[in-house]
Design a protein around this ligand. Structure first.
Ligand code: PLP
Length: 285
């Protein structure tokens, strides 16, 4: 049976127990990461661990493990599975009587598990997906990968209720990101994605797309994206570790460009897959 990691132990999921007074449960006081595993290798692990450090630092928690310890935990979790997988890891402030203030001398709760990677259905890649725009009702520290995802869950559900796959969030007339993804637009052969800052999660896939595009001579800007730019774009994509690079072909019921995935998506996704293949073969880190 598949095992999960909890506070130093590897256990069957139904034997892993967390206190009802865990601050993750009571306050959503914790952070998480999702790391894809392709061909048995943890994709962009240093990037994920450095974002984890940034999230932990922002909520004033110490990283409970060294890079080597994390690696050992993940390797053991992955050994039970096969094919492409993903690691979910979560650290909360720990267990204490309910009080907003940080309790002194508290031990963080550390939880991780591996699961098979669920790729987007091929028809979503071939035809693109539908999105809706929604007001970005979240807080002002969206750069922290916080487990408190109530606003994101409400926004994603709003999208699902309207028959869409993702909500594209808009704050003060500017696109921030998706409910669980980053956003790219293509206009006149240039990629544009909103700049990093407090209103978006610095996506690992986003950064990789920017890196690959620039390395291969595809013009790519990190600039504010007005809602009008989104609605008049030639192409729109969402990116995330599990959805990779997915074309959005309808927004709020209207087609994006000609309503089909565009040539820039085809080119960038091919370069991404090439990079991924090189990673699987150990040619890139
Ligand atoms: N933005 C949000 C709010 C997310 O939840 C996610 C991933 O789940 C992303 C962006 C994409 O980040 P990554 O590419 O690191 O998966």
């Amino acid at each position: 049976m598949q095992q999960v990691y909890l506070n130093g132990e590897f256990l069957p999921p139904d034997q892993a127990r967390v206190s009802v007074f865990d601050r993750g449960f009571i306050f959503g006081d914790g952070v998480y990461e999702v790391i894809p595993v392709f061909g048995g290798r943890l994709f962009r692990l240093p990037h994920h661990l450095s974002r984890l450090d940034a999230s932990l630092g922002a909520i004033r928690l110490r990283n409970p493990h060294t890079q080597q310890e994390w690696n050992d935990i993940f390797t053991r979790l992955l050994a039970a599975g096969s094919g492409d997988q993903s690691i979910y890891l979560q650290i909360t402030r720990g267990v204490a009587p309910r009080d907003h203030a940080f309790p002194p001398n508290i031990t963080p709760t550390v939880f991780a598990y591996a699961q098979p990677l669920k790729y987007s259905p091929p028809e979503q890649l071939a035809q693109g997906v539908t999105a809706v725009t929604a007001a970005d009702i979240r807080w002002q520290r969206c750069d922290i990968k916080a487990i408190a995802l109530l606003a994101n869950a409400l926004l994603r559900q709003e999208a699902i209720d309207q028959g869409a796959v993702e909500a594209i969030l808009v704050r003060d007339g500017l696109v921030t990101e998706g409910a669980a993804s980053n956003i790219f637009v293509v206009k006149n052969g240039r990629l544009v994605t909103p700049p990093k800052g407090p209103f978006i999660l610095p996506g690992i896939t986003r950064d990789l797309v920017v890196e690959i595009a620039r390395a291969r001579g595809i013009p790519c800007d990190e600039l504010p994206v007005k809602i009008e730019t989104l609605t008049s774009a030639d192409e729109v994509w969402l990116t995330s570790s599990t959805k990779e690079i997915l074309p959005i072909t309808r927004i709020d019921g209207r087609p994006v460009g000609n309503g089909k995935p565009g040539p820039m998506h085809a080119r960038t996704f091919a370069l991404y897959k090439e990079y991924k293949q090189a990673f699987i073969q150990g040619q890139v880190d």
